[in-house]
Design a protein around this ligand. Structure first.
Ligand code: NAD
Ligand code: WQD
Length: 340
């Protein structure tokens, strides 16, 4: 298939491009580079052995720009990663988040249907479950109250895409709810490249390991979990990327609307991650216990059985691979991609 990959220069998009090409697909990338660097695409091209990945520095809110890409490449389906994703920033700039993520997706979907491309895989998030009603979380678990505008954009976009598919059954909409993506391509040339101080646990740990911060703050050790720290379902980004290739099967069999959790089904605490990182990489991570972070929940991990049953997809990498590959990327690229 020919895939339009929005946000393809970003963390998950760049890893997904590799898996797509390996599976025999081709891709065209649209990204406004608001949170990424085109060097990622050059490195992806090198990994997969092509001269370049077709790339347009275009905003998904730019209707004319998208029209040109569709007229030239005629994609069969879109994998839609483009969006703003920083939880804290979304609380400070709700308008910017709703406008970018929701208006952007509305323009994209309109251009898609005008060009007869009615297949979309959407990057959703476990955040739509809010404080989940059941653990492990199945896709049947009711959606919950999000604690920030970023999360609401995911929840609302799921609803918007669901309604569009209901009104026009020619659409195939696959909602992928990611748990906590970490790790990097094992080659260490592409990885997560956060702007400023990372909000997420793994990039914070790797930045402590590389000496950018003196210590990790652990946000609470009094949760009702085995060691008191928060438990999450960390998933290697290469597994997550492969999940998108598997999700194309749902489109092929004309799924209509399909929702899948992409997680491992295992929960690890913050201390489990710190200990695994130290053990596997032989690097100490000093930490202090700090107050709980507002909006955090105690425990969140998936039941990924539906994706295995229907897509034949299962995470292959374990926690040791995740901490090894996160560190491998960071230590070889302490400042991320070079500034353009
Ligand atoms: P990322 O920021 O690395 O990638 C997103 C890409 O989208 C960036 O390259 C950015 O430049 C681009 N972009 C943003 N707004 C755009 C616009 N208006 N037009 C064109 N390009 C635009 O983030 P990521 O971690 O790779 O996440 C990819 C997707 O997965 C996002 O939608 C994110 O919300 C979702 N997601 C991420 C996580 C996570 O923890 N990383 C978890 C669940 C869901
Ligand atoms: C994991 C655990 C923290 C940083 C977020 C978004 C979610 C999704 C994935 C996009 C928690 C603890 C963290 C630190 C810490 N993104 N922690 N010290 O909160 O599960 O999910 O990213 O969709 O929407 O909310 O991930 O990596 O921020 O935190 O102790 O410096 O690590 O309290 O228990 P989270 P995270």
């Amino acid at each position: 298939m020919i895939l339009l990959v929005t946000g393809g220069a970003g963390y998950i998009g760049s890893h997904t491009l590799i898996e797509l090409y390996r599976a025999g697909h081709t891709a065209v990338v649209v990204d406004n580079l608001s949170n990424s660097n085109p060097e990622s695409l050059r490195r992806v091209a090198k990994i997969i052995g092509v001269t370049e990945i077709p790339f347009y520095k275009t905003d998904i809110r730019d209707r004319e720009g998208l029209e040109k890409v569709f007229s030239k490449h005629h994609p069969d389906a879109c994998i839609h990663f483009a969006g703003l994703k920083a939880v804290g920033e979304s609380v400070e700039k709700p308008w910017e988040y709703y406008e970018n993520n929701i208006s952007g997706t509305l323009v994209l979907v309109d251009v898609m249907r005008r060009h007869g491309c009615k297949n979309i895989i959407f990057s959703s998030s476990a955040t739509v479950y809010g404080d989940p009603a059941e653990i492990p979380i199945t896709e049947q678990c009711p959606k919950g109250q999000c604690t920030n505008p970023y999360g609401w954009t995911k929840s609302m976009l799921e609803q918007i895409l669901t309604d569009i598919q209901k009104a026009d059954p020619a659409w195939n909409v696959v909602l992928l709810r990611y748990f906590n993506p970490v790790g990097a391509h094992p080659g260490g040339t592409i990885g997560e490249n956060p702007n400023g101080i990372p909000n997420n646990l793994m990039p914070y740990i790797t930045q402590v390991a590389v000496g950018k911060h003196p210590e990790l703050g652990i946000f609470g050790n009094d949760y009702p979990t085995p060691d008191g720290t928060g438990v999450r379902d960390y998933i290697h980004v290469v597994d997550l990327a492969a999940g998108h290739v598997s999700a194309l099967q749902a489109i092929r069999r004309r799924c209509g609307l399909a929702v899948y959790n992409l997680g491992t089904g295992h929960g690890y605490s913050v201390l489990d991650i710190v200990n695994a990182f130290q053990r596997v990489n032989g690097v100490q991570i000093p930490y202090t216990i700090r107050p709980r972070r507002p909006g955090d929940i105690a425990t969140c991990y998936s039941n990924p059985a539906k994706a295995q049953k229907e897509l034949g997809w299962k995470a292959r990498y374990g926690i040791d691979d995740m901490v090894r590959d996160s560190w491998n990327w960071q230590r070889h690229n302490p400042d991320g991609y070079p500034e353009e």
